[in-house]
Design a protein around this ligand. Structure first.
Ligand code: SF4
Ligand code: FES
Length: 347
């Protein structure tokens, strides 16, 4: 089947979607996708970011499609012609969809762990407008604890359903899902059950925004200060192939390896993700290359680089010893301890 996207033609297998065909062509014509995830069955069709204009339905029926189509769930027809980045209508629609997604999403990028690798941040950068027209109150939620490893910030969720599908397709006892509907829809766990399944950590990787983040990495560093390395270990639960996010020789977090569309190559287990933070546990293969425009590339070091030693005063990095002592209050006896020590001293 032949499809032409923004004037570039490609032959594809029947059953290929417009988005998949665009990804085969690559470059600027690839529509953004916030809910479609090639590794998850049935994903897509929720966020409407990937809208395109079909200017010719097929060779058999040359009429254009009247509405903009979600490219992730629209199959290619032989002779189809599509406009993506070259269509004013599409660019307008992407702008509006971005505005809608940001209606309830807080602009808390400065304190969000997803900043720097957030699909919504990238979408807003490309298609967002500088001002909001929204004057109503934003949605708020009571904080909810969904387990030891995953932090849920429901107000950042864009209801893409990726995490629900990950839990459905990767774990055998899904305990969370979308509860309620419309403005009240939210990701939650049934009867406040914790998510402790062996593959539940993958929900962090598939979440396009900062709604599900890694508790073991929380507020440790901005992602662009970390150096990602490909590494592997022998694991009997998953492929064991990961990306280690290092600061110096400290592993600050472990994620699955992601491709240029920010989708994981292979899902990994919770043991690899959360329990192996010692470099000795891993065979480090080398620096990970980031194809996608990313702030992580700010510190791109895939070129040849020598080890760097930071020459600076210890005080600048750690503060003065006496101040640290005061802050830790090591010499101030805690309430209750005083008596005990006094008693013990007298005995
Ligand atoms: S928590 Fe994240 S992955 Fe789950 S539905 Fe919300 S935005 Fe999507
Ligand atoms: S990526 Fe197509 S609708 Fe979300």
């Amino acid at each position: 089947m032949k499809v032409t996207i923004d004037g570039q033609s490609i032959e594809v297998e029947p059953g290929t979607t417009i988005l998949q065909a665009a990804r085969m062509i690559g470059g600027e014509s690839v529509p953004p996708a916030m809910c479609y995830y090639s590794k998850l069955k049935g994903s897509g069709g929720k966020c409407r970011c990937c809208l395109v204009e079909v200017t010719k339905g097929s060779d058999a029926d040359t009429r254009p499609m009247p509405k903009l189509m979600a490219s992730c769930v629209t199959g290619v027809m032989d002779g189809m012609e599509v406009k993506s980045i070259t269509s004013e209508r599409v660019l307008d629609a992407r702008k509006s969809v971005t505005e809608f997604l940001l209606i309830n999403h807080p602009l808390d990028c400065p304190v969000c762990d997803q900043a720097g690798e957030c699909d919504l941040q990238n979408l807003s950068f490309k298609h967002g407008s500088a001002n909001t027209r929204y004057i109503e109150d934003r949605r708020t939620f009571e904080p909810e604890n969904i387990g030891d490893n995953i932090q849920l910030h429901m107000n950042r969720c864009i209801l893409c359903y990726r995490c629900v599908m990950t839990a459905d397709q990767l774990t055998d006892n899904r305990v969370h899902g979308v509860l309620n509907r419309g403005d009240h829809a939210q990701i939650s766990t049934y009867i406040s059950k914790a998510i402790d399944n062996e593959f539940s950590g993958n929900m962090i990787d598939v979440c396009p925004v900062g709604a599900l983040t890694d508790k073991t990495f929380r507020f440790k560093s901005r992602v662009w200060f970390n150096k990602p390395y490909n590494a592997h270990r022998d694991c009997d639960k998953c492929c064991g192939k990961t990306t280690l996010w290092m600061f110096g020789d400290e592993i600050q977090r472990v994620t699955a390896r992601k491709d240029e569309y920010h989708e994981v190559e292979e899902f990994i287990c919770n043991e690899c993700r959360f329990e192996h933070k010692d470099p000795a546990d891993w065979v480090i293969e080398g620096p990970r290359k980031f194809e996608k425009n990313s702030v992580i590339n700010q510190n791109n070091y895939t070129r040849d680089m020598k080890p760097v030693k930071i020459e600076t005063e210890k005080n600048i990095l750690l503060g003065r010893d006496e101040d640290r002592k005061k802050i830790s209050m090591s010499e101030v006896p805690l309430k209750g301890q005083e008596k005990k020590e006094f008693k013990e001293g007298n005995v």
